[in-house]
Design a protein around this ligand. Sequence first.
Ligand SMILES: [Zn+2]
Length: 53
Amino acid sequence: MIVFFCPDCRGKVEVEPSDVIEGDLLECDLCGAEILVVSESPMKFKLVEEDDF
Ligand SMILES: [Zn+2]
């Protein structure tokens, strides 16, 4: 498991390493925010703002 902190609610989010794919989206279980995987190595995440769409 990979643990990181949601950029939105700062809650702990756990994901499988296989789910961390550059350019893919993860979802925060706590607040439902969509989090973009900016980079796999080193791992970088970015909150996807709804305004971006
Ligand atoms: Zn969150």
